[in-house]
Design a protein around this ligand. Sequence first.
Ligand code: IPM
Ligand code: MG
Length: 365
Amino acid sequence: MSTPTLLILPGDGIGPEVMAEVRKVIDWFGDNGLPFEVSEDLVGGAAYDAHGTPLHDDTMAKAQEVDAVLLGAVGGPKYDNLDFSVKPERGLLRLRKEMDLFSNLRPAQCFDALADFSSLKKDVVAGLDIMIVRELTSGVYFGEPRGIIKEGNERVGINTQRYTESEIARVARSAFELARKRNNKLCSMEKANVMESGILWRDVVTEVHAAEYSDVELSHMYADAGAMQLTRWPKQFDVIVTDNLFGDLLSDLAAMLTGSLGMLPSASLGAPMANGRPKALYEPVHGSAPDIAGQGKANPIACILSFAMALRYSFDSGDAATKLETAVEKVLADRLRTADLLGEEGKTPVSTSEMGDAIVAALAG
Ligand code: IPM
Ligand code: MG
């Protein structure tokens, strides 16, 4: 088989710093029998600075051709006043939409060594391992009509929540499949009490369940109650499936349960390509964190764990993924901490690159 191809898009803010650490990990696997053909390109503000667009058409075309894309982060205050159509985030949203990455997997896992870091009590989060499946290519993020229009003498902002049955069914299927590989429980979240799109969501998830996945334990929750339950007792959940906007909110909430946004990876998956691999983009859940960019303070673990997800979901290398996750666990157990994980311990944090080096050393060790 030919060497798998990987397109790296470091992006903005802390993106390039954390990606530099992922490169060390990729190189280590390359030296140890798992080589990748890596290319790198621009996205977000970095692409705007170079080309006047947050995603060049050539980059979009490359993303469609490779086996997987690995992205750092996009955005920053420097770009706040740009026209909406060329804002850094539009580059990321174009990738998600044109690659049709409808299923966004956001695991929230609490590493034992970090259970004290959560803002919640330790017994609420210790051992937590849940997976949020967020619909990523439709809903209010993309629905038409949208825009800011003039009505009489005032402006009106409009966005549309819109879901087709097939859009709901395909993300539901991917969530049921995941549940089968885990603890066989799926909770679907919407607002069927106030939104027609929520009623349809609940109906379609129920139909797919009855027809294809009746072995999986299915429950439904209103998304607001879901947020409350996620903070009250998150271990009641296994897999959660929800729409694009609720998934954006609930995944930030779930991420913070585990102590730091700097820990959480994500995978965005689409339909299988000709080679059988799914279209795929991997990225940390955290953003570009412009306040700490360029200072060596960023935690590279979320981005490194995103590469672990790539090993598992794109490259059939579950063993390598586990090896990498174990290396991360070991480094945390050895009490290495970047600034985001320091809390009140009052110790000196390690830098972004020291954390990356330690993870590579743990891989080798
Ligand atoms: C995320 C981010 C993005 C989103 C932004 C950067 C467009 O918050 O991936 O969760 O809203 O989807
Ligand atoms: Mg978000």
